[in-house]
Design a protein around this ligand. Sequence first.
Ligand code: C2E
Ligand code: MG
Ligand code: MG
Length: 718
Amino acid sequence: MNTTPASPAHPPAPRRTGIAWPRRLSWRLALGFGSLVGLMLLALALASLQIRAMTELTERFATQDMQRLLRVQSLSLTTEGIGNALLHLMNAPREQRVPVYADVDDRNRRIDGIIESLTNNLDELTQVQTLRRLNEARVAYHEAFIATVDEIEGDDTQAALRIYREKVMPALEQVLMESNMLINRERERVEQQMDSTQARLEQLAIWVAALSLLAVGLGVALALGTTRSVVSPLAQLEAAALRIAAGDYLQPVLATSTEEIDRVGQALTAMTGAIAAREQEIERLAFRDPLSDLPNRTFLLKQCDDRGVSTMGNAFMLFDLARLKTVNETLGFAIGDTLIGELAQRARAAVQASPAHSGALLVHLSGGKFALLLAASTRAPVEALCQQLMDAAAQPVQCGEHSVDLSLAFGLADSPIGEPLAVITLMRNAEVALSVAKQATQSLAWYNPAQEAARLSHLGLLSDLRAAVTGSQLQMWLQPKFSLQTGLAVGAEALVRWQHPKRGFISPAEFVPFAEKTGAITLITDWMLAQAMQTLAQWQHRHPELSLSVNVSTRDLQDPTFCQRVKQLMQQHAITPQQLRLEIVESGLMQDAHTSIALLHRLRELGVQLSIDDFGTGYSSLAYLQQLPVTELKIDRSFVTGIQDLPGTQRLVKTMIEMGHGMDLLVTAEGIETLAERDTLKALGCDVMQGYFGSRPLHGDALAAWFAGLEAAASHQN
Ligand code: C2E
Ligand code: MG
Ligand code: MG
């Protein structure tokens, strides 16, 4: 999946040569359809103009040209009739002349009327000239006609006939000839008119056909153009959307030739950018730890899945920042976070500074736990890297006024040569090794299958443990506790020991956690309580100041009869309740806190002292402890080891002691092995010490000797 966002800028549209075609589809459609409509309108206008011209032409033809032609024809006919009328008049007796005169007058008037109307109607020059000549001939005829009529009325037929032949006839022929010329010309004109109308009609048909063809062509081009400019960019968009859906954010949505679609493309590109950024953020959140800015467990597993663990490494290192919880609870979460961040930075720098491990993958698993997957053919370079990491962590971290030490424990696992293990197996093995290292308070431990076998062998221990309680395989050892102020013994802690008939000595660190898991621990607690009561019963007459601490487990705290059993045992052995201390591991309180705390209150009401054991390794906070009816705080051994050289730890322990005192608690330091540790703890204000420096856990003769020594010390003091 590509997660780099595409550039939000839209890439330029491909350059086109030729006509600049508008990029907006709306403009293109408007232009296309506009031209189409324009073309159609033009054809329509042209057709209507031509039709109008034709109508005018036809109208003129009917009202003027045809009329004129008819008039000219009628002039010719009328003129022809006058000659005959005159001849008839010349030969007619006087009494018959009147109707003939009337006929001739009528014809003359008609001729005059026609000529007059033609005078107003003719506009062509040749016709006007012809008409003028016709008019002159008519005038000549008119004069000759008057002269002829005069002779007829004078009954001089010969003279009339002569005038008729010499003047009337030529004049009439002239009139006839001119009128025939007019007719011919008018006919010619009508014919011309007809021809031109025909030609115009044909032209119009051609124009309309051409425009229609052009419109059809334009329509087709428009349809094709529109389809192409919409369909192909849409197909481009579709392809881009499919690419985005497939997670390809690199290829930008290409610009098309259509502005509107480009805008959708730009929106798509912007959306792609936003999705890519969001995906990157999601991926960052999913695969990176925000506190340490290192890849996380999910990333490690994914990388191993994608690339194969064999190509990434065959050794797995797990390291844990000790006492992180205590730092969180006493100095605050901000300082705890600073420590994680600082450790991440130093670890990264240390790995980068080690060329042999350039391909190593450093991840932050959770809390103060980090992992490193690396390639190594032998164990030595891995251990060397552990040392480099420890060196990098050696310098305390300054958090405001606090200087806090970074203490690391390493669990290491590797694959057999040529047989790369799955990363999840390597991780689990390293976890086992880490817990072994922690239990043994070593800085590092390599995983070996025996550790696994030891774990598995616990199962077999369950039935053995029941036998151990009923048989006499268990022993109670006592480790004395001394006041740091007076140096005198203040009591002892009862520690169970198991002498297994076949396996030999089994450490409580091995079987107690297992017994807690299976519930068999209550058998041990009961046995230890009974033993402790017997011891206290012996002590209380000679050393009533001594108390005895018995470790109780989480299971005991959830047993509603526990309090009653303790009470009965105390009564049975007539023990002063103040002499009995019950040690509770702080993590135990967290499980079913309500029942546990109620039980603690009931125990406290009996007068029994309550101690918080291994303080600093679990999950409770001092503020939370304030709500508990406890009377003693036992600071875990991990804070004590080498404390004289660890100023940061000194500050932390001092805070714990001060807060403990603030809550009226007796503060005991566990695991003091050296004089320097004891002096440092004493200087920090700690009340009681327990550890090999004071005394190892004692049993049998050694215990009796110590007790006898107490007598001596007491009598010496007295
Ligand atoms: P714990 O209650 O914190 O007991 C103190 C452990 O520290 C004991 O280990 C003791 O031998 C060891 N220790 C004391 N001083 C020093 C020292 O100066 N240096 C070193 N390195 N170690 C020191 P142990 O006896 O092996 O017991 C381990 C744990 O097993 C105890 O830790 C306690 O949590 C548990 N345990 C022991 N006995 C009983 C028991 O009877 N009942 C229950 N529920 N748990 C028990
Ligand atoms: Mg204890
Ligand atoms: Mg302890």
